[in-house]
Design a protein around this ligand. Structure first.
Ligand SMILES: *Cc1c(COP(=O)(O)O)cnc(C)c1O
Length: 401
């Protein structure tokens, strides 16, 4: 047995979260793509069968009240809240991340303009130029609709790009390609000091590391639930609206679900007096309730414990890669410093697409990001240290072969 296999065994034996793996449906392979689609929690199919057969099939319309369907978006928001450091009453779940980016960004521009002296002159949206593409596309349209200029800059350039013209800044907490973690507290403070609003995209941090939304005074944030929160394919995203901003959140998609009195069927619009004004139309109940069931694996689990294991997993993966892969064969894009690392490792090599195809054939599932990036996501709820050693070993074999 090699030294690293032995080390993996010891780390697995000392892992307090190791037992959680049994709560998921997995196979003999190594699943390192939970940053794209989280694995299925084993109890979810039965719960969804009940939602379909009994709640829908038998109770039918009664389920909107008796099964708690109508209030699911805010109830599930409150279940996600502690995972992102938010007190209850500030998160609603529904729609995709893309749609929530749109709501939050337009609302941010509107808030920045409405306030005090000079707010009306704010006519720029700053966006992370390296963002996941959907955020950039939505920001472009939001800028066009609000009459703003779009300023794409790298996250490092954000503080220098802020001015009295900045209305809103759209940022990613963790870069989806490189796994780099950005400094949310200091960037948020810089944006607020400029009199603008930051919108944080938490897709790659929610469920992977502590976010501290309330602690760091974040105003608006969005995130998806099918990555580290394991909500299932296309499970609805979440939208965080800080409590003191809720009265000022002017949604560009004011559907009837966001109305103060939705069943009053009034022709005049009056927004709900809470984060509920972030809702739009009838929620996607099947997906929402699959997510709600999936979130039960977090009962008794802290995001701090998950973060500690995540760093141990990525550290160990980097150690194994350094030991097994010939120097210079891959370039690591993920920062070595813990404070700058999300829960994934990205390795660059010219034949990445081909290498990942062969890895997947051998049961080591990561993913390939155009043009030359191998991405490995580490979900501490179900990935262990032996998995990590095996993934690095198979990777080295394929890189040599
Ligand atoms: C995964 C991801 C999305 C996905 O958006 P959808 O609307 O859910 O498809 C958006 N932004 C970032 C940063 C992501 O990582």
């Amino acid at each position: 047995m090699s030294e690293l296999t032995l080390k993996a065994e010891k780390l697995d034996a000392a892992d307090e979260l190791a037992a959680l793996r049994d709560r998921f449906v997995l196979d003999e392979g190594v699943y390192l793509d939970g940053n794209s689609l989280g694995a299925l929690a084993a109890h979810v199919p039965e719960r969804i069968a009940d939602v379909v057969r009994r709640q829908w099939g038998e109770l039918r319309i009664r389920s909107w009240t008796e099964s708690g369907w109508w209030t699911a978006p805010e109830r599930i928001g409150d279940r996600i809240a502690p995972l992102v450091g938010a007190a209850p009453g500030q998160i609603v779940v529904g729609d995709s991340t893309s749609v929530n980016v749109f709501k939050a960004l337009v609302a941010a521009v509107r808030m920045a303009r409405e306030q005090g002296s000079g707010g009306g002159d704010r006519d720029e949206i700053v966006v992370d130029a390296t963002t996941f593409p959907t955020d950039g596309y939505i920001a472009q349209s939001a800028a066009r609709m609000t009459g703003c200029a779009l300023r794409p800059v790298t996250p490092a350039e954000v503080p220098g790009a802020l001015s009295s013209r900045t209305a809103a800044v759209l940022l990613n907490h963790v870069d989806y390609r490189t796994g780099r973690l950005y400094d949310l507290p200091s960037l948020t403070a810089a944006v607020h000091a400029a009199g603008a609003y930051a919108v944080w995209d938490l897709c790659h941090s929610a469920g992977a590391l502590p976010v501290g939304l309330d602690e760091h005074g974040v105003g608006l944030a969005v995130g998806c639930t099918y990555k580290y929160l394991n909500g299932g394919p296309g499970s609805p995203a979440f939208l965080y609206i800080r409590r003191d901003l809720q009265d000022r959140f002017d949604s560009p998609l004011p559907g009837w679900n966001s109305h103060a009195d939705p069943f009053g069927m009034r022709s005049d619009y009056e927004p709900a007096a809470s984060a509920i004004r972030g809702r739009v139309g009838t929620p996607d109940i099947l997906s929402l309730l699959a997510l709600e069931a999936a979130l039960e694996v977090w009962d008794g689990v802290t995001v701090e414990a998950v973060r500690a294991k995540s760093l141990a997993l990525t550290d160990f993966f980097l150690e194994c890669v350094a030991a097994y892969v010939p120097a210079g064969r891959v370039e690591c894009l993920t920062p070595p410093a813990h404070g700058e690392r999300g829960s994934q490792v990205a390795l660059r090599c010219p034949d990445a697409g081909d290498v990942m195809r062969r890895l997947i054939e051998r049961g080591v599932v990561g993913d390939f990001r155009h043009p030359d990036v191998l991405r490995f996501g580490f979900t501490p709820l179900y990935v262990g240290f032996a998995d990590v050693e095996r993934a690095a070993r198979v990777l080295a074999e394929e890189l040599l072969g």
